[in-house]
Ligand binder design. Structure first.
Ligand code: GLC
Length: 435
């Protein structure tokens, strides 16, 4: 395992662009929101300054309403990415910063737990403590935005209106909502994808999906990225497991940090008291024995087993019986010859072990689920989740994501998507150092 440390560090150093880190060159040439959080966890192990600056530059893009955008376009000259800042046109919202330019949607709120973990690992760094006190109110402001703007019915569960917000862009979870997203092709602006000229088309979302991503982006822009209109009109309106689990986990972290610093945590505790039980009650799917996302537009649960349901472990939402069921599910996949944790139900006809979020293994998900399993005392499964990722990275390189079927992976020489990937390097580094 130790032999992975040097190359992981080198990747993080190479992807550092003097103030922030790109996920990978060419495919993703800017700063991505939740990528940055995981990246900071890796950076902490060799240069805490990098980690602090990474989070600082992400939060320099915070909107006045509190939102942290999913992409920060620190450079306006880099023209190789679609949709670029000009296509997003985020400044239609008066609270979006003029500089740096940003996208108009968000991503999972990992920052609270990232900050808590950095402080656990480096408790004696005065610089980190000072930075944490400065970042704390900004993270609270982000969470407040989630609960004010993305939970209009005050349920304790926040919604997303674009698959990219979930972090799991083309998961089959969204297929039904995407089919419901109908429009005249002539009404869609002309656009040219860049991703398929860099990565293999059969690993990427299809053009049917991409048209709908662009349509939903346009819908956000039409309403100046203001939630009210979007909530009324969007055909895609989902209470997502991963988004809410990550937010709940970060709420917990903020409560811990706030207590340590002597800050008032009453507001966060109030969110948490509503959010945790609501998640457990509304999103548990007894038939599938996992948590599932809820489609607010169609008013029903989206009944698929997938990786977001497992993320609840990390937020310690499941009862011990529910956690046992999730653990048994992972053990059975392990027995059946899969690396764990595949991003989608391997028994579904929609499973595709190669295509992005429709089946492969994702490093940052393994990182969260590893820690979630440990919190419940499932040490054996936690060790497998870690060992599987380490094995994949050792054999196939620091790729964006990986084949989940062991017999297929055995015939491969690389992982999938972008190479020299930041969160893969960072999560590997953190897991190796955590022994
Ligand atoms: C893809 C992933 C998303 C990630 C981004 C940058 O869009 O689905 O989760 O943040 O790439 O790595």
């Amino acid at each position: 395992m130790e032999q992975l440390v040097q190359p992981a560090q080198q990747i993080l150093i190479k992807n550092w662009k003097d103030g922030f880190t790109i996920p990978t060159s060419r495919l993703y040439p800017f700063q991505w929101n939740w990528d940055s959080g995981f990246t900071a966890l890796g950076q902490g192990h060799f240069d805490l300054d990098f980690a602090i600056r990474e989070l600082q530059s992400l939060f320099s893009a915070q909107w006045e309403n509190g939102m942290i955008p999913h992409i920060v376009f620190h450079s306006e000259n880099e023209k190789t990415y679609f949709p670029n800042y000009d296509f997003w046109d985020a400044n239609v919202n008066i609270g979006a910063p003029d500089k740096p330019k940003t996208s108009g949607i968000t991503q999972p709120a990992v920052h609270g737990f990232v900050l808590e973990r950095l402080l656990e690992q480096f408790p004696d760094s005065e610089k980190l403590v000072a930075f944490a006190k400065e970042l704390f109110p900004k993270i609270v402001k982000l969470h407040r935005w989630f609960y004010q703007y993305r939970d209009p019915e005050r349920e304790g569960l926040t919604f997303i209106f674009h698959p990219w917000e979930s972090g799991r862009d083309n998961s089959p979870l969204w297929d039904e909502s995407m089919d419901r997203t109908v429009f005249n092709k002539e009404d869609l602006p002309n656009y040219q994808r860049r991703d398929t000229s860099i990565a293999h088309a059969d690993e990427r979302p299809t053009s049917y999906q991409y048209d709908r991503y662009v349509y939903l982006l346009q819908l956000g822009k039409k309403y100046k990225y203001d939630e009210r209109g979007i909530f009324e009109e969007s055909p895609f309106l989902i209470q997502d497991t991963l988004m809410n689990a990550v937010l709940i986990k970060s709420n917990d972290s903020l409560i811990q940090l706030g207590k340590r610093f002597g800050f008032d945590t009453a507001e966060i505790e109030e969110w948490q008291q509503q959010a945790k039980p609501k998640f457990a009650e509304k999103l548990w799917n007894e038939e599938l024995e996992t948590f599932t996302v809820y489609d607010l537009r169609a008013n029903h649960a989206v009944s698929h087993k997938e990786i977001g349901g497992l993320s609840a472990l990390y937020a310690e939402i499941p009862t011990s019986l529910q956690a046992l069921k999730l653990n048994n599910y992972l053990q059975s996949l392990h027995q059946r010859g899969y690396y764990i944790c595949p991003s989608f139900d391997v028994d579904s006809p929609l499973f595709d072990s190669k295509r992005y979020w429709r089946g492969p293994i994702w490093p940052q998900m393994n990182w969260m689920i590893h820690h979630g399993l440990k919190a419940y005392g499932f040490e054996d499964t936690a060790a497998i989740v870690k060992a599987d990722l380490i094995e994949l990275v050792s054999k196939l390189g620091f790729y964006e994501y990986f084949e989940s079927q062991k017999d297929v992976a055995a015939r491969l020489e690389t992982g999938y998507g972008g190479g020299n990937f930041s969160w893969t390097a960072a999560c590997t580094l953190d897991l190796v150092r955590d022994c």
